[in-house]
Write a new protein. Sequence first.
Length: 363
Amino acid sequence: MGENRRQREQDNNKKQDQREGSSNLLILETITMKSALKANGGCQERPKLTCLPELELIDMKPLKDLSKFGGVRIDSNGKAELVGADLQIRFSYGPSSDKESFKWSGNQLVQIVTPDKTFTYDNEANVWRIKNATSPLMSRQDAQSNVHEATFSQGLVTKTYELSGPITIDRLYEQYQKFLQEAAPVNGYLTPEKVQEVKERLTEREGAIPFAYLDSVGVPTACIGFNLLRPDARKRFEELGVDFDQLKKDAYLSKANKSVMLTPEQMDKLLEQDIADTFKETLTIYPNFASHPKEVQDVMLDLTFNMGSDRLRKFKNMNSALNQNDYKTAASCLQKSEYIQSGQTGWRGENNLKVIQQAALNY
């Protein structure tokens, strides 16, 4: 009997050794999963996916719990397309490159496979479990993420939402509708023609400089007035493939010694997103933006771009007056402010002041 017990212990030890040996081939690491959502709409005919490889779409069928939306069709790489009853695409969601694949169970995303990682949703634990076969083993607690990032884009507006729990198509659609509401004021004002107009005005006022420099108050800046001390500066430039650390160092060097030169395309992309972001900030400072004449709207946007939203919020009396369409008081506050009195903004500040003063006479 003792011999049997020793044999069982030896067998158990051998199994434990096998488990530990095989576990070294896997890593479960914490990561935030990102996937691109791209808004599509306004199609007048049966829509086609232009963002996917030329693969035949399969599994075109309405899901019972999505009948109010129409149907879902999924291609062989896992790109899901939500189609309305009118056959117009509501949005598409799935791999951001042909090296990824998504797997669905019904209308729920259950797995994302990339060349080096596998993300599997654990319904019971309500977390994503992540495996990687090339790195050391990490603890099980570190082997998961309860957040999935979904990034929506429409026009100039791009916004990322953190979603916890199961990712379903109907849930993504509801989040997409909320995004559209947030994006509507920006896309309504910032038409392509308006964006071009603002670009030209800002380029004239800020200057288009393809390298880093120190502005009039010693702040490291690049492109068209882009403050390199902004919290999002590193992320914005690195997304464009720019060496941010070197760019920032260049601000303190002579032009002949600068290493990083930005391309027109990089500068244009930075400016477009900046215009959209600045306008969204402008709306939070001036909720009644739409009630103002065009020339006053332009001044509001320029003030936000020139000073930044944090500094502009400190102009409480002027902002309060503008939010009441009281241009006389707003002009008086602006004229007495450091923005004008310091002289640092030059003709730009004087022009904004004149517009508000003229509005006081006209409206």
